[in-house]
Ligand binder design. Structure first.
Ligand SMILES: C[S@@+](CC[C@H](N)C(=O)[O-])C[C@H]1O[C@@H](n2cnc3c(N)ncnc32)[C@H](O)[C@@H]1O
Length: 237
């Protein structure tokens, strides 16, 4: 397949039906001096899973800013798609498992390519929310990540069943998620109460995104940290 390089440095596939590009994402305390960058292979024709969604940019930046929590942590990303937050965690020294819908082999294949491109060794696993296959029982991540996984209300219960199972399987673990607060109602409050969980941190993305990244974002993007309700008192202390 032919590849061309456009002015922004992104590569564009010669096969227009595939529309493959490579985007580069920098992380550092100063915009002009990145500590490292992560390259992502995207397919602009696809709707989900092969495109870096804004929630993923926000969660990846939060992982960078909270980097001391990620060194040697066991991290699992749900609905990872192009995996930007998980790859940043891997860059910071976490042991990372990247997961997405077990039925979406094109997304899982792209995850392998992206890990290879960034020379990162992450485990790749098909994990469909609400499905308990054998591999689920050996997972005990200390940090669970999920960017833009709250977009289809018919999937909320399956997603939260999986999240609750993982939190129970690894005492002291936390689920960190970013989502579009589209309706303005209390979605996180509703879901956490329903599943015996508790939100211990709720941030507006603009409160921590650096201005050069925030200017490219639109909409009401929020970040929530969620734990088992029984552990909430401990976490807040
Ligand atoms: C909106 S995309 C977000 C992708 C990526 N996290 C990001 O923010 O760029 C939602 C992701 O969830 C995955 N997904 C959707 N339903 C799923 C399910 N039932 N089980 C596992 N993953 C699922 C999709 O394949 C897709 O990668």
């Amino acid at each position: 397949m032919e590849t061309e390089v456009n002015n922004s440095g992104a590569e564009k596939s010669g096969d227009t039906s595939a529309m493959t590009t490579i985007s580069r994402h920098n992380f550092g305390d100063a915009a002009d001096e990145p500590a490292f960058s992560v390259s992502i292979i995207e397919n602009m024709k696809e709707e989900y899973g092969l495109f870096v969604w804004p929630c993923s940019v926000v969660l990846a930046e939060y992982v960078w800013q909270q980097r001391s929590r990620f060194f040697q942590a066991s991290v699992l990303e749900l609905g990872a798609g192009t995996c930007l937050p998980g790859l940043v965690a891997a860059k910071l020294g976490a042991d990372v498992t990247l997961t997405d819908d077990a039925g979406r082999s094109e997304v899982l294949d792209n995850m392998r390519r992206v890990c290879h491109l960034n020379e990162l060794k992450c485990k790749i696993l098909g994990l469909t929310w609400g499905v308990w296959d054998e591999s689920m029982f050996s997972l005990s991540p200390t940090i669970i990540l999920g960017a833009d996984v709250l977009y289809d209300n018919s999937a909320f219960d399956n997603l939260f069943a999986t999240v609750t199972f993982l939190l129970q399987n690894s005492p002291g673990s936390v689920f960190i998620t970013t989502y579009h607060n589209r309706s303005g109602h209390r979605l996180i409050e509703f879901l956490t109460v329903k599943w015996g969980l508790k939100c211990v941190k709720l941030l507006d993305s603009f409160s921590f995104m650096p201005s050069h990244k925030a200017s490219a974002l639109s909409g009401n993007l929020q970040l929530a940290e969620i734990v088992l309700n029984s552990e909430a008192a401990e976490t807040l202390r």
